[in-house]
Design a protein around this ligand. Structure first.
Ligand SMILES: Cc1cc2nc3c(=O)[nH]c(=O)nc-3n(C[C@H](O)[C@H](O)[C@H](O)COP(=O)(O)O)c2cc1C
Length: 526
């Protein structure tokens, strides 16, 4: 049984794009380096191979939600097993657990997976030894994650019989059964003093450039797919594709520029259908990378080949090189293609900058930004202002961190997902396959009498739409759930009321029936 040591506990994570995994790793690291606890960490996909939850005494679960309220792919098997109808009510009565759910309140089913697992564990008799937390990516996961994690350790210690004190006050701060969304923490001024101690030692160091040859580009391509960008959610290997044409779809004065890019994938194995998603890795801007290098004073080594080494005397348990950093690299390559330099700097990064800042007032300001009391300042100054790493360093001129410290903290450059659709409609209209084809460019400036949104277009063609509906038409609605899908649904209700002289109730029943017979289908997201 894995939990044999007195101070050990099982730590499980279910992650689609890496955040839950990173948080679980942080919990494990803090548990070991700061709290004399030992975490046995496994991905939920390892169920029955590496762990059997029913045999555990103390379990901590961190899981995100993906898709439309679904568990991450890696958690699907665990989820299925847990939901078996045949399990007895007391199946998990021996285990004690707590759970941290990650989600995004822009989605309809906020933290659905975490909440469902939490509920099911309770149904099966498991006891929650510490309140479960539900963190919201829309406002910043750290708003819930940080106080939840801080409170967890003393409770765990007490639960495992290591320190019989402290946990009461920690539990008192968590007075709800679950933490949900925004949390105001009840911290003391000690938090500020303690900010430095979180970073105990450099764990990673860039060794001196091993040689000064530039890595040739095919080697770099290999590194991208082999080491640099091992995307956890990618269904296929990463493919290099050339952009063969680019057409701007929006007008020059549009609020947001939309481009139609054609990628040449003739020589790749990619097969796709409309509805699949293609994720594009867009590199960081050369100018921004150069400016960052100038600010970090590393322009002169930008093209030298480097390698990450773990410091032999690191105090971190199981230190590892971030998986998105290639074994050998040039700084230029890593900063352009592997790390996200635009994302708002995380508190852990800001905390690590403090020790490299010489001006005392700048130092205090940085400490404040990453302290619990400074949560509002952090949200306002960093997140809402969409400050980048370069902006931050320019604002704090006396801060001169070594580049390895920055690299240790920068998140992976995430691919941007796009839905695959076909752009053949114009051709279909020309060849007569389509008899009518209407477009609405809502972001372009419109003359007042032209339909701006798709619902305006539907209402404009109200009687034709009704005729189509009556002749067994299928309706597919795809796109923004919050406004567009709602408004399109409303437009259909209006059309049916107007054209058929139906009451609102009758129109609703009409659309309901269409949905029931799969004649009105939605593929929508927020
Ligand atoms: C494609 C996609 C679908 C998502 N669906 C949901 C959802 O239905 N409900 C929710 O609360 N969060 C949803 N999220 C937000 C993630 O749960 C959240 O960003 C989380 O921090 C990701 O953690 P992970 O990297 O460990 O997977 C979704 C995110 C993505 C990218």
């Amino acid at each position: 049984m894995p939990g044999e040591q007195k101070n050990s506990f099982l730590l499980l994570y279910g992650s689609q794009t890496g955040q839950a995994k990173a948080i679980a790793e942080e919990i494990a690291e803090k548990a070991e380096t700061q709290h004399n606890l030992k975490a046995n960490v496994y991905c939920l996909s390892q169920t029955e191979k590496k762990f059997n939850i029913e045999k555990e005494k103390c379990v901590v679960i961190v899981t995100s939600t993906t898709g439309d309220g679904e568990p991450p792919d890696t958690a699907a098997k665990f989820f299925r097993r847990l939901n078996k109808k045949t399990l007895q009510e007391d199946y998990l009565s021996n285990i004690n657990y707590t759970l941290l759910g990650l989600g995004d309140s822009n989605y309809t089913n906020f933290c659905k997976c975490g909440k469902a697992v939490d509920k099911r564990l309770e149904e099966l008799g498991a006891k929650r030894f510490y309140p479960s937390g539900f963190a919201d990516d829309a406002v910043g996961l750290e708003v819930v994650v940080e106080p939840w994690m801080d409170g967890l350790f003393p409770v765990l210690q007490r639960f495992l019989g290591l320190t019989p004190h402290d946990s009461e006050s920690s539990l008192a701060n968590m007075d709800n059964k679950c933490l949900n969304g925004h949390v105001k923490s009840n911290s003391t001024s000690d938090d500020l003093k303690n900010t430095d101690s979180v970073i105990t030692n450099d764990s990673i160091n860039i060794s001196d450039a091993v040689n000064t040859n530039e890595i040739n580009s095919s080697q770099l391509k290999q590194e991208i797919s082999k080491n640099g960008l091992a995307f956890p959610s990618a269904a296929t290997a990463v493919t290099m594709a050339t952009v063969i044409s680019a057409k701007q779809l929006t007008r020059e004065d549009a609020v947001k520029r939309t481009l139609c890019l054609c990628l040449d994938i003739k020589n790749s194995d990619i097969k796709y259908l409309p509805g699949d998603a293609v994720s594009v890795v867009c590199t960081n801007s050369e100018d921004e990378v150069n400016n960052l290098f100038k600010r970090l004073d590393i322009s002169h080594v930008a093209d030298q080949v480097c390698k990450f080494d773990i410091l032999p005397d690191t105090k971190k348990r199981n230190p590892s090189v971030p998986s998105h950093i290639p074994h050998k690299f040039t700084l230029k390559h890593v900063f352009k293609t592997c790390v996200d330099i635009r994302d708002a700097p995380k508190k852990a990064l800001i905390r690590s900058l403090v020790e490299f800042t010489t001006n005392q007032s700048e130092k205090r300001r940085l400490q404040e930004l990453c302290s619990k009391q400074g949560a509002d300042h952090y949200s306002k100054f960093i997140r809402e202002s969409r400050i980048s790493l370069l902006d931050l360093l320019l604002t704090f001129p006396s801060c001169n961190p070594p580049v390895e410290r920055i690299l240790e903290h920068l998140p992976r450059l995430q691919p941007r997902p796009y839905s695959v659709c076909r752009s053949e409609l114009e051709g279909f209209e020309e060849s007569g396959i389509l008899s009518k084809y209407c477009v609405s460019f809502s972001r372009d400036e419109q003359q007042d009498d032209l339909p701006r949104y798709v619902q305006d277009n539907l209402l404009l063609h109200s009687s034709e739409v009704m005729t189509l509906l009556e002749s067994d038409a299928m309706v597919y609605v795809c796109g923004d759930a919050k406004n567009m899908a709602k408004d399109v649904n409303e437009a259909f209700l209006q059309i049916i009321q107007k054209e058929r002289e139906y009451t609102e109730e009758e129109a609703k029943r009409y659309v309901m029936k269409m949905r029931l017979y799969k004649k009105y289908m939605e593929d929508v997201w927020t």
